[in-house]
Design a protein around this ligand. Structure first.
Ligand code: G3P
Ligand code: CA
Length: 241
């Protein structure tokens, strides 16, 4: 059955990439959560989608220009200010610590498309290993060289490539990278593509699926998982099938 990954936690209903959104994902019994990782000036791994804090907090500036102590002061409630007073940008470590005793899966997206964070791959892998989460984590990135590096460093952790435009028979390419998952933009996904991927033992997990009609279509295609900002809605639809 298709698994439901809560995209940036439950970004449709709660402040994205915060503990509040991750708790909600667990509450509605999502199978896993997806989050984004950037790095601060002092090398802390922080959970935030953008390279800057402008869109999702009350501050401005590049994540890479703050030390974590400074970043903690900004309010990440984002567009949910009426429901929540304050919440912090979490550390990746906090999320791993919390998720460890649960049964949730975790997709860590390395946000290293624009900025080359020094030793990002090594740091993320060390932390995943520290919390013994190797078999519940999928690492992904739009930066495919980074995924190749992750696979070399930690072949026991699944890697997946993110992409926006159709890839024709990407199996050979994936083998070279060592990736076993495809995380495509949903518009590129067809039923026959999913079938071919499965014939090659490749998992297909499209993003970001928020409308009921599209969810149903992806379930019918038997994709391995979807990323959605509305995990509660997706679970309900799936359970009522
Ligand atoms: O991992 C799927 C999805 O999160 C990729 O796009 O921009 O939401 O991080 P984005
Ligand atoms: Ca993401």
């Amino acid at each position: 059955m298709t698994k439901i990954f809560a995209h940036r936690g439950s970004a449709g209903t709660h402040p994205e990439n915060t503990m509040i959104a991750f708790y909600e994902a667990e509450r509605v019994e999502a199978d896993g959560i997806e989050l984004d990782v950037q790095m601060t000036k002092d090398g802390a791994l922080v959970v935030i989608h953008d390279e800057t804090i402008d869109r999702t907090t009350d501050g401005t500036g590049w994540v890479k220009d703050f030390i974590y102590k400074e970043l903690q002061q900004f309010n990440a409630v984002y567009k949910f200010a009426e429901q929540y007073d304050f919440c912090r940008i979490p550390l990746l470590e906090e999320v791993l610590q919390w998720i460890e005793p649960t049964e949730l899966l975790l997709n860590i997206e390395l946000k290293n498309g624009l900025i080359e964070y020094k030793k990002l791959e090594e740091k993320v892998i060390d932390m995943v290993r520290h919390y013994h989460l190797e078999h519940r984590v999928v690492l992904s990135s739009f930066n495919h060289n980074s995924m190749a590096l992750c696979h070399r460093l930690a072949p026991e952790i699944e890697t997946a490539i993110l992409y926006m435009k159709s890839l024709c028979q990407p199996w050979k390419y994936m083998r070279a990278i060592g990736a076993s998952g495809l995380h495509p933009y949903h518009g590129t996904v067809t039923e026959s593509f999913v079938r071919q991927a499965h014939d090659h033992r490749v998992a297909v997990r499209p993003f970001t699926i928020n409308k009921a009609g599209l969810m149903k279509k992806m379930f019918q295609y038997q994709v391995d998982a979807i990323f959605t900002d509305y995990p509660s809605k997706a679970k309900q639809l799936l359970n009522n099938q």
